[in-house]
Structures are given as C-alpha cells and as structure tokens.
Design a protein around this ligand. Structure first.
Ligand code: HEC
Length: 211
C-alpha cells in the first residue's frame, strides 16, 4: 500500500453537512407569507371575480356597468328604434312622417303621440285602430286602411321601448313626452284583455290622455 492510499483511507474527506437540518430563516418565511397574501389581495381587487367582461381599472361588473353603459333611458330608445323599424316603420315610415298615399298617419308631431300620458297610444298598439283619425289637422285611415293589433305579438318591454322611441324622436325630441314604461303597458294590457276588435278614435278620446 502506497503512502498516498494509506493516507486517503485513514482520513476520508469530510462530507459537506453544513446545510442539512437548518431551518429557513423566519424573515424569509414571513416574506413568502406576505407575498402570497398580497397576491390574494391583488386578485380580489383586480381580478374582477374571473368575469371576462371585467377589465382594469374596474373592480367588478357593477363597476363596469356604471361607467360604460348608457343610462337606462338611452338604452330604451336604442332598443325602441329596433322594435320600431321592425314593426311600425313599414307603415309610418322611418322618419315618422307617415304617408298620405297609404293613409298611414304621421307619428312625428302627432298630438296623439305627444299627449301627456301614453294611455291611448298604448291601447292603439295593443289592440289596433279603425279610424278615420285626425292627426295634425289631416284625416288618415278609415275604411279598409286600419292599424292591426301590432302589439299583441310584442312584449310589454318592446311596446314600451317602441313608444318611448317614438315620443323622443324626430321633432318630438325635447317636447317633454315622458318615456313609456313596461309597467304602464302591462297595466293597460291587463285592463283591455277582454276587448275585442280595434279601437275607434271616439272611444279613445273618452279615456284620459293624462295617464
Ligand atoms: C300595417 C300598417 C301599420 C303598422 C305596422 C303600424 N301602424 Fe300605426 N297606424 C296605422 C294606420 C293606418 C293608422 C290609422 C288607422 C285609422 O285611423 O284607421 C295608425 C295609427 C297609429 C297611431 C295614432 C295616430 C298617430 O299618427 O299618432 C299611433 C300612435 C300608431 N299608429 C303607432 C304605431 C306604432 C308604435 C306601431 C308599431 C308598434 C304601429 N303604429 C304600426 C298603420 C300601421
């Protein structure tokens, strides 16, 4: 055995043991806990509760709604335009001018439309109208030209939106005609549920135009 081998057997290299068994310093543990906690708070505040429609700087969907959607009335007018174009414009025209040729009366500037309350026009849309009717000094409809019960197939909300749009559009804008609510439509729909046939202007004139 050489001297070199002998010395290796006799004195083995010491094994590195210094890191074993030592606990993590308490300050490091605290940093981990604080970081995790801060992360949770960040997600709670900025995560939008995992709703894909919520994005910074908004905290939740109510916040997004409050800042990015137009007010309810504007919404009603926009939706009302869609209902109007699909269900009314074919006769009353998109500009609300109506047409003397077809016998469809104007909605733009109509005293029926601009009445204080929507009581009568809701009834017209729900049950139809058989005139003739006088609008802005002219006579329209009557005979074979009548308005059918267009609103029978529409929801309370759709009737309300369409009439809100009509009362707030063209030259009717700024005339102070209040929006029409689905509650008003529902209440009238309940009252007239047993009515058969179309309204006549005379019948409608007996009903107050104030509510
Ligand atoms: C098929 C054609 C037609 C459609 C569709 C129609 N109307 Fe009419 N509307 C008429 C006619 C015609 C009269 C007049 C009837 C009469 O006096 O005989 C009238 C009368 C009216 C009147 C009262 C008179 C006036 O000019 O102010 C209002 C209000 C009205 N319609 C609103 C609407 C609304 C709102 C819609 C859609 C939800 C609608 N109409 C859909 C043909 C139509």
């Amino acid at each position: 055995m050489s001297a070199e081998t002998k010395s290796r057997t006799a004195s083995p290299q010491p094994v590195e043991t210094s890191a074993r068994g030592e606990s993590m310093p308490i300050w490091l543990v605290s940093v981990f806990i604080l970081t995790a906690f801060a992360g949770m708070i960040y997600v709670a505040v900025h995560g939008g509760w995992f709703d894909p429609l919520v994005y910074p700087p908004f905290a939740d969907i109510q916040h997004v709604d409050a800042w990015t959607r137009p007010p309810a009335l504007g919404d009603g007018i926009k939706k009302g335009k869609v209902v109007f174009e699909a269900n009314c414009a074919v006769c009353h025209t998109s500009t609300g001018a109506g047409s003397a040729t077809t016998g469809c009366p104007p909605l733009d500037g109509s005293e029926w439309v601009l009445a204080q309350g929507p009581n009568r026009i809701i009834r017209i849309v729900l049950n139809g109208l058989a005139g003739p009717i006088e609008v802005k000094g002219g006579k329209y409809g009557g005979g074979s030209i009548q308005m059918s019960a267009v609103g029978a197939a529409l929801s309370d909300q759709q009737v309300a939106d369409a009439l809100t749009y009509v009362r707030a559009s063209w030259s009717n804008k700024g005339k102070g005609a209040a929006p029409v609510t689905p509650e008003q439509v529902k209440s009238i729909r309940d009252k007239v549920k047993d009515k058969t046939g179309f309204w006549s202007p005379e019948e409608l004139l007996k009903i107050s135009d104030k509510d």
